[in-house]
Design a protein around this ligand. Structure first.
Ligand SMILES: Nc1ncnc2c1ncn2[C@@H]1O[C@H](COP(=O)(O)OP(=O)(O)O)[C@@H](O)[C@H]1O
Ligand SMILES: [Mg+2]
Length: 511
């Protein structure tokens, strides 16, 4: 005796969870040691959030056993999980906007006395924040905080409740690179103090930089559990996708033909009455991918909207195939062969509450073969939808269930399927792989390159320099509503784009 057996903080054995038509978790084993950062890695839809929502008392499993510190438990609510020391920070924060930081943190906490002194609680929260590097003003109202600060409040809320285990669901999806780095530093402090972290992610580099161990999920099952020394990027990628990924790339054979899109001195306002676009001049040819790089918020959104007719242009001209389309309606512009894959897939691109068929015919219910004499021909529409879903490999359980239940990668494929099936001369694509995993990203990229080969002109707005360099034939960099420079594709160096993104540097090529 005398030797203590190391008890796992959390152990999940054979966890199974079904949703209508989907087996989200299929007998998954998962465990967390005290003091470790454990990454839970997997493609979109592989079951990560479901598994952790079960651990956090949000869902009840259909099968399996859970132990916390060696004792079998069963949670009926998140409150039960919190009492056992498990706190989860969700992808979408659960904070009350017009309450202060302190009020949000103590809200719903059993231990807060009915009559409490807010200022002493605020002091306690400040101390806790300092200890873990999570500085935030306890008196600030939530709606005054940045996304990164709101996330800190969520973490503090869990620390305040004494969580031994912090589950973070894709925490960096909403953060800037600097904020992400800070977050990881804080999580490491947390682990060094003996607590544990589960980091849900589909980004390989986050696993490499932060994790002590990693569990990889694929299709709802455990694909592997690896220790720090066994982790390599290619191994993780293969485990996640179930095959080797060979990255597609622009073979840089010149397909460019006649000019499709032409902008001359285009100016437009932002939503709030400030100048959004200034004197934008460039053109895109058939079979060319023209990238728009830049830090988000420098006019990219306004540019995409101006071209697709969604934003009023107050100066300059926009032409498609030599036809002046300046300030024509979005529908007329779409009918002239312009497709649009917007940034906000569910808000603007698709109708969340409608099913696959309805979403796919959304833009062509007025045209044959879908339009019947008086009504939509649903049989034809269904066949057409089936063809597209197959061709673009969209994974669907049921054609009628709302598209809001699809994963990010499948949503994007659905949207691309609809837009491409229109045979556009120009497609405007905004942040197409944001939030997508490796496999889905490659799929989207190969769809774009295939379109390029077929002669479509592509205007690709992206923040991701790797994506820009990999795909684009030419790159325009936006800064404060202007094109700061245009670079030829092929041999672009990231630093060159980086300088233009920050408003310095000169272009190598005229417009
Ligand atoms: N509340 C739900 N209702 C129905 N299906 C769901 C629900 N939550 C998740 N799913 C489905 O379960 C599977 C796993 O989803 P999820 O756990 O969110 O994956 P991940 O977090 O790895 O992206 C997906 O096919 C998803 O569509
Ligand atoms: Mg998830």
């Amino acid at each position: 005796m005398g030797e203590s057996i190391k008890v796992k903080l959390v152990e999940m054995r054979g966890i199974t969870k079904r949703f209508p038509g989907v087996l989200a978790n299929d007998s998954v084993d998962f465990s967390v040691e005290p003091g470790e950062i454990h990454a839970l890695l997997g493609e979109n839809g592989s079951g990560k959030s479901t598994l952790m929502s079960i651990l956090a008392g949000q869902y009840r499993p259909d099968g399996g056993v859970m132990l916390v510190k060696g004792k079998e438990i069963s949670f009926r609510s998140p409150r039960d999980a919190i009492k056992s020391g498990i706190g989860m920070v969700h992808q979408h924060f659960k904070l009350v906007d017009n309450f202060t930081v302190t009020e949000n943190i103590i809200l719903g906490d059993d231990r807060t006395p009915f009559f409490c002194r807010l200022d002493s609680l605020s002091a306690k929260i400040s101390r806790l924040g300092e200890e873990y590097g999570l500085t935030v003003d306890p008196g600030a109202r939530i709606d005054q905080l940045s996304v990164g600060e709101k996330q800190r409040v969520e973490i503090l809320k869990m620390l305040y409740r004494g969580s031994d285990l912090l589950v973070m669901d894709e925490p960096t999806a909403v953060l800037t690179p600097q904020e992400s780095e800070e977050l990881f530093a804080n999580l490491k402090k947390f682990a060094a103090a003996g607590r544990s972290v589960v980091l849900i992610t589909h980004k390989l580099n986050e696993v490499l930089s932060a994790a002590d161990r990693v569990t990889v999920l694929r299709g709802g099952r455990t694909a592997a559990v690896l220790g720090r020394e066994e982790i390599t990027e290619s191994k993780l990628a293969r485990l996640m996708v179930g095959r080797d990924i060979d990255p597609v790339k622009n073979d840089s054979k010149d397909f460019a033909g006649e000019t499709v899109l032409e902008l001359q001195g285009v100016g437009a306002m932002k939503d709030v009455g400030r100048q959004g676009l200034r004197n934008i001049t460039f053109s895109v040819k058939r079979g060319q991918i023209f990238g728009i790089a830049g830090v988000a918020g420098n006019g990219q959104k306004e540019l995409a909207e101006a071209v697709t007719g969604l934003r009023w242009v107050h100066s300059g001209r926009i032409r498609i195939n030599d036809k002046d389309i300046t300030n024509l309606s979005p529908r007329v512009i779409a009918d002239l062969g312009v497709s649009f894959v917007p940034e906000d897939r569910l808000g603007m691109g698709l109708v969340p509450g409608l099913g696959i068929v309805d979403n796919l015919i959304l833009k062509r219910y007025r045209k044959a073969p879908v339009a019947g004499r008086y009504l939509i021909d649903y049989k034809k529409a269904g066949q057409e939808a089936e063809r597209l879903v197959k061709e673009f490999d969209v994974k669907v359980a049921d054609f009628r269930s709302p598209v809001s239940l699809l994963s990010g990668g499948n949503l994007q494929r659905l949207l691309l399927a609809r837009e491409i099936s229109e045979n556009p001369s120009l497609i405007v694509v905004v942040y197409p792989v944001r939030g997508l995993d490796v496999g889905a990203t490659e799929a989207v990229h190969s769809i774009l390159l295939e379109l390029r080969r077929k002669g479509t002109a592509i205007l690709l707005v992206s923040e991701d320099l790797e994506e820009i360099i990999k795909l684009c034939d030419r790159v325009g960099v936006m800064y404060e509503g202007e094109i700061a420079g245009i670079l030829p594709g092929g041999d672009i160096r990231p630093e060159e784009i980086g300088l233009l993104m920050m408003g310095s540097g000169i272009s190598r090529e005229g417009a």
